[in-house]
Write a protein that binds this ligand. Structure first.
Ligand code: GLU
Length: 496
């Protein structure tokens, strides 16, 4: 059987972390095996499904770089096109395809119309509870005659379709990740497969779609594991060959509870806004439930495809750990070439009004010299304005605490140092890192000062903060004029 897998989200919200990981595992499995990766939108819940969510899912997948071979795609006009030979890929457009299979099950006596009303079912359930029986359907409509059915229909009574469950024996399957799973069939009743509106319920639609789309492996979250026996019963009743099932373990927050909004952002695109690179998030998600035997942490995308194997997935839950993700993001940023990093940083700095929009070539080269100073330290792209703003801004801010500590402790002496060093800086031949360093060190030695007594006030005066890149490196980039102006500004404003 050709390898064909699918990601089948219900468009009732954004693409969240759990969904993205399911999509990723399907994607990696497909690419590793030269198979096809299909995106199917399960939008039959008329109330909760929205077009906006469909778009958000497509955008989230696109940002992560998970391209699919068949399914809905965004066209240039921002509308949805469907590609592939096994469509439609929106479940709501497939309803008509199911009737044939519903009729087949009913004709073969494997499913039946049930006319019990909601009220009646509630009463049956209450009675079962009272008698301490499991609240299973009591099969009232299992053996209705043709005559009875006609009568009910004449009266305009609505019906659902129920699957006739033998209630005997076991349903057994070998999950690729969880191993053998044995399910007692008598735990289930004659469950509903088609609603009175004619819309199949999830367990039925998913079987038909997976069959019709020739899905070979169903890879999904283990919250669906309890649905699998029902689905297998339906596969068997319809005479379809079973796909392989692989249920991926849950993702938990650091407190051990199932990952939810409570733990902060769960939408994938929110991670974009928080300053993460898609490559880092993909790498991180890949390791949420999967590992190589040598516990490799950082993977190139191709390497993930090459090494990913469902058999190496954990069967127990994974914990989402922000700290590791941030570390990983920093690693990915560090790995970027300066050109790549500049390309990523530019729009962010422009957005923060630190770089103008119509930047020319020379200015871009200058920006690169600034960016290289701190590329290694960047953890999140949202840090960029804070890290580089002090060089890029015309006017920097100073905070009281630093002023007190580094200017005002010994104001006479500090003022003197700043005045002198400013004169020396003005005289310096080339304003280079090396020359600046020699100048500062010699000046300190000659005047019997600790280097910090010179370095600290100059750092504060020229950058407005005490943390940052190496003093001499950034002074060179800042340039003589700006550096001296800032020292002057400090002398005038912070010393009497
Ligand atoms: N639409 C289902 C969900 O979003 C997918 C179920 C499946 O993969 O079988 O949970």
């Amino acid at each position: 059987m050709a390898i064909r897998v699918r990601f089948a989200p219900s468009p009732t919200g954004f693409l969240h972390i759990g969904g993205a990981r399911t999509a990723l595992y399907n994607y990696l499995f497909a690419r590793h095996n030269n198979g096809k990766f299909i995106l199917r939108i399960e939008d039959t819940d008329e109330v909760r499904s929205t077009e906006e969510s469909v778009l958000a899912i497509l955008q989230g997948m696109k940002w992560l770089g998970l391209d699919w071979d068949e399914g809905p795609v965004l066209n240039k006009d921002g509308r949805i096109d469907l590609i592939g030979d096994y469509g439609p890929y929106l479940q709501s457009k497939r309803i008509g395809m199911y009737q044939k299979y519903i009729d087949k099950l009913v004709t073969e006596g494997k499913a039946y119309k049930c006319f019990c009303t909601t009220d009646e079912l509630v009463k049956k359930r209450e009675l079962a509870n009272k008698e301490k029986r499991p609240p299973k359907y009591d099969n009232t409509c299992r053996n209705l005659t043709e005559e009875q059915i006609k009568n009910f229909e004449k009266q305009g009574k609505k019906s659902v379709i129920r699957f006739k469950n033998s209630g005997e024996g076991q349903t057994v399957f070998d999950d690729v990740i969880k191993g053998r799973i044995v399910f007692e069939n008598n735990l289930l009743d004659d469950f509903v497969i088609v609603k009175s509106s004619g819309v199949p319920i999830y367990n039925f639609a998913v079987v038909l779609d997976d069959y019709l789309m020739k899905i070979s492996h169903v890879i999904r979250g283990d919250d669906h594991i309890s649905n699998t026996p029902r689905q297998i019963m339906l596969y068997k009743a319809l005479g379809f060959e079973l796909p392989q099932f692989a249920h991926i373990p849950m993702i938990l927050g650091s407190d051990g509870a199932r990952l939810s909004k409570r733990h902060g952002a769960t939408s994938v695109l929110a991670y974009k806004d928080m300053g993460y690179l898609p490559e880092a998030l993909v790498n991180y998600l890949a390791l949420l439930g999967w590992a190589t035997s040598d516990s490799q942490q950082l993977f190139k995308f191709d390497e993930l495809i090459k090494k990913f194997d469902l058999k190496d997935c954990n069967s127990s839950a994974a914990i989402f750990d922000d700290k590791k993700l941030i570390w990983m993001n920093g690693e990915y940023i560090r790995e970027k070439s300066l050109d790549e990093f500049t390309k990523i940083a530019l729009p962010i700095l422009q957005n923060a009004n630190l770089v103008k929009n119509d930047i020319n070539k020379e200015e871009l080269e200058n920006l690169k010299k600034i960016l290289i100073l701190e590329q290694e330290k960047v953890k999140l792209l949202t840090d960029l304005p804070e890290l580089f703003g002090f060089i890029l801004k015309d006017k920097i801010e100073y905070n009281e605490i630093d002023i007190e500590k580094f200017f005002k402790k010994d104001p006479e002496k500090t003022k003197n140092i700043l005045e002198n060093i400013k004169v020396e800086m003005a005289k310096l031949n080339d304003f280079t890192t090396e020359n600046l360093e020699s100048l500062f060190r010699e000046y300190a030695e000659k005047n019997n000062l600790k280097t910090g007594q010179v370095f600290h006030p100059v750092r504060l005066a020229t950058s407005g903060k005490m943390k940052g890149p190496s003093l001499f490196h950034y002074l060179e980039i800042l340039g003589r004029k700006k550096a001296i102006e800032r020292i002057d500004y400090s002398l005038t404003n912070f010393f009497k």
